[in-house]
Write a protein of this length. Structure first.
Lengths: 121, 474
């Protein structure tokens, strides 16, 4: 078993949980993120997410090994990489979904509108 | 499972007048209904719609064979592609009984080429996962051994082909979701170049990475499906205005002089020795047919998982904001306020993996962390793109394993999200770079589980890529 193999792509350290030095994702932090994401989480979900997210973020922190100063953030290119074309078109009315079809899947509707709980008192 | 019928075999039977689309579809539906309790590959089987479409083709089928490359071919489509009037769930409770008002361009293209849509296939919820265990409709199972996962997220579409229900199907691939299940199920799976196939009507997970592609029993059938679905679509501004070559004509099997790049870092620690052995045998096959093997390097590959899980989740957190219980899908009962309606609907409607990814993506984009995580990831993505550009100066295609192991058992990784994410090491970089890649069978493990070889091409070079895969298959 002394055969030499090139360095692998997998981390050597155990991945089971966050280490001591990892940046903790506290329950308060989890609540703040859940609020931004419009998720109402149960106490149990908050607990498990704070442990799981901490482990994932610790893994992600290996990106800090890389010096990225002078590297531009990736952007969709207009040629080669994706060859996307110009996104404008002539300003002409074209057939569209129509009100009836657009409303057809709504859980609650009234007189051609989506119905939601009152927002302004 | 080499006995599965290919499109060419089916067409030969139509040409000889031995069968009709109605008979073929009826038999396919019977088998699907019979085996679905065990395999759970389908969320919806459209018996009525498929048989009506088939009946309308019966009289004309022989005359249609030349004009329509998929004439009378029964197909299944991943349930994250919109089909007008036919339930599209994304494997999620939040879409429940959503029946789209329009059909995805790729699905429409299949139908225009003569295909008959029979089933909507099971998937990890919103295509988030690598095992099809994260489905609100229960896990799908591998037809080679039902104790094992079929891979994911397009697991149901892979099973549909591997079990011989349909000759071809469509999946979507954001980080390996076509190639990995193709590898686990022993079939061909292609992720085309970003922009090669329209994403219109594909429910978005990560818009800069998502791409639709085919599953098939062989490379020729995959090429035939790609031919039908490739091309510019005015409804998707990221679909590319690049000429579509004749993919079938490119399949000569002649690979003399083809430069096949092999990155040693993809064959190191963590790779199952049986996978290594079979993949290397596949590469030797190319060499024996006259291809030249060259060493290339993708030095930033080990960072790809971290980059992927920041970018994909950031895009997902934004894309999935639309599921709010107002315009379609599930709505929580008796909301006290609009905010309460949003939150409880999303909490009841999304499963644990989707919530986890929305949370991670929201974190990466949130004030104070954006620079350190999201923007950092986009910078490293540029480095990964440059790795491929550099490698493709030295070679025409790159060969790696598709997945580090054969299929794993149900439940084996479902408690450890990070361990599950690490299985995507060979596939996610391809989506980040936007290049095409195909998984082609190259053998099986001692336990009889299939193993796939991944071939990666340069942007829009699917013709050469598929020919290389064809040479492995010969």
């Amino acid at each position: 078993m002394s055969r030499k193999r090139p360095a692998g792509l997998f981390p050597r350290r155990p991945l089971a949980g966050p280490s001591q030095k990892s940046m903790p994702i506290t329950q308060t932090e989890v609540e703040k993120i859940a609020d931004l994401a419009n998720l109402a989480l149960t106490a149990e979900e908050k607990q498990s997410l704070s442990v799981q997210l901490a482990a994932i973020v610790e893994y992600i922190d290996q990106l800090n090994e890389l010096d990225t100063s002078g590297v531009r953030p990736w952007q969709q290119r207009s040629a080669g990489e994706a060859a996307t074309s110009a996104v404008t078109r002539a300003d002409q009315v074209e057939p569209s979904l129509g009100q009836e079809a657009a409303l057809a899947q709504s859980p609650d509707q009234d007189e051609g509108h989506f119905l939601v709980p009152r927002v302004i008192g | 499972m080499a006995t599965n019928t290919t499109i060419e075999e089916l067409h030969a039977r139509y040409a000889a007048g031995e069968t009709t689309p109605s008979e073929v579809c009826r038999r396919a539906i019977e088998r699907m209904e019979q085996e679905n309790p065990a395999l759970n590959a389908y969320i919806t089987i459209d018996r009525e719609g498929a048989l009506a479409q088939a009946a309308a083709m019966d009289a004309e089928i022989r005359a249609q064979l030349d004009a329509k490359p998929l004439a009378g071919v029964p197909v299944a489509v991943k349930d994250n592609m919109c089909t007008a009037g036919l339930r599209t769930t994304c494997g999620s409770k939040i879409l429940g009984n959503y029946a789209p008002q329009y059909t995805a361009t790729a699905v429409r293209a299949l139908k225009e080429a003569g295909a008959i849509l029979i089933g909507k296939t099971n998937l990890d919820e919103f295509a988030m996962g690598g095992s099809t265990e994260n489905s609100a409709f229960g896990p799908a199972r591998n037809p080679h051994n039902p104790e094992y996962v079929p891979g994911g997220s397009s697991g149901g579409s892979a099973v549909a082909v591997a079990a011989g229900h349909v000759p071809v199907s469509l999946g979507s691939d954001t980080g390996g979701s076509i190639r990995q299940p193709a590898s686990f199920c022993g079939i061909v799976g292609l992720k085309p170049t970003y922009g090669r196939v329209s994403r219109f009507g594909l429910v978005a997970f990560a818009s800069s990475l998502d791409q639709i592609g085919p599953f098939a029993n062989n490379v020729r059938d995959a090429a035939r499906v790609l031919q039908a679905i490739a091309g510019r679509d005015r409804h998707d501004s990221t679909s590319a205005d690049v000429a579509v070559p004749n993919y079938l004509n490119a399949l000569t099997g002649d690979v003399r002089g083809l430069r096949v790049g092999v990155p040693p870092e993809c064959f190191g620690e963590g790779l199952d020795p049986q996978v290594k052995d079979r993949v290397e045998a596949g590469i030797r096959k190319l060499q024996e047919r006259g291809a030249e093997i060259v060493e290339v390097h993708l030095p930033h590959t080990k960072y790809a998982i971290a980059v992927y899980y920041l970018i994909a989740t950031a895009e997902a957190s934004s894309n999935l904001a639309r599921f709010d219980g107002v315009r379609y899908g599930l709505r929580a009962d008796d909301p006290r306020s609009l905010s309460d309606l949003y939150r409880r609907t999303r909490d009841e409607g999304f499963g644990p993996e989707v919530k986890r990814r929305i949370m991670l993506g929201t974190f990466a984009l949130s004030s104070g962390y954006y620079d350190a995580y999201y923007e950092k990831a986009q910078r490293v993505r540029t480095m990964l793109v440059n790795d491929f550009a550099e490698a493709f100066r030295k070679c025409d295609v790159i060969a790696t394993p598709t997945a580090p192991t054969p299929a794993f058992k149900l439940g084996e990784k479902s408690d450890d999200p990070l361990a599950m994410y690490l299985c995507d090491i060979y596939t996610v970089t391809i989506n980040l770079a936007g290049v095409p890649a195909v998984s082609v069978p190259c053998g099986a493990s001692a336990a009889g589980l299939p193993i796939g070889l991944q071939l990666i091409g340069n942007h829009f070079d699917e013709a050469r890529l598929l020919n290389a895969a064809f040479a492995v298959e010969l």
